[in-house]
Design a protein around this ligand. Structure first.
Ligand SMILES: [Zn+2]
Length: 124
């Protein structure tokens, strides 16, 4: 039987401090190679993508086979949420996971969160 290729997508803030670290964490969590996943980056990261309904890219990836989906936010001042604390950014990131699991039920979801100290991720 032919093995179906594994594909994914990771959404994140465009912040130059974190996008590379988020991709590295996503690859570590999923085992995917750099050519096996899409990305979506915007100010505010996954919280902004979900709150603003910016699902064009994630819908495309899901329809085209993405079954590993990473949702990343970060603290230490996000350009998309100037006045939101690190703690509250982490809560925002955590809070969106239930919604995306419902929206993309066939995918495995990963929550990723960065601060200036570290980038952590987990399967949710
Ligand atoms: Zn940001």
């Amino acid at each position: 039987m032919e093995k179906t290729p594994q594909l994914g997508i990771v959404t994140m803030c465009a912040d130059k401090r974190f996008h590379r670290l988020v991709e590295e964490k996503f690859r570590e969590l999923t085992g995917l190679g750099a050519e096996s996943y899409w990305i979506q980056a915007t100010a505010g990261g996954a919280p902004a993508i979900v709150e603003n309904g910016l699902f064009t890219t994630t819908d495309y990836a899901y329809v085209h086979g993405a079954r590993h989906m990473g949702w990343a936010g970060h603290g230490d001042t996000c350009g998309g949420y100037h006045d939101v604390s690190t703690e509250d950014m982490e809560k925002k990131t955590e809070a969106l996971m239930a919604l995306v699991k419902q929206k993309y039920p066939e995918a495995t979801h990963y929550q990723i969160f960065s601060t200036n100290e570290k980038t952590e991720g987990k399967k949710v």
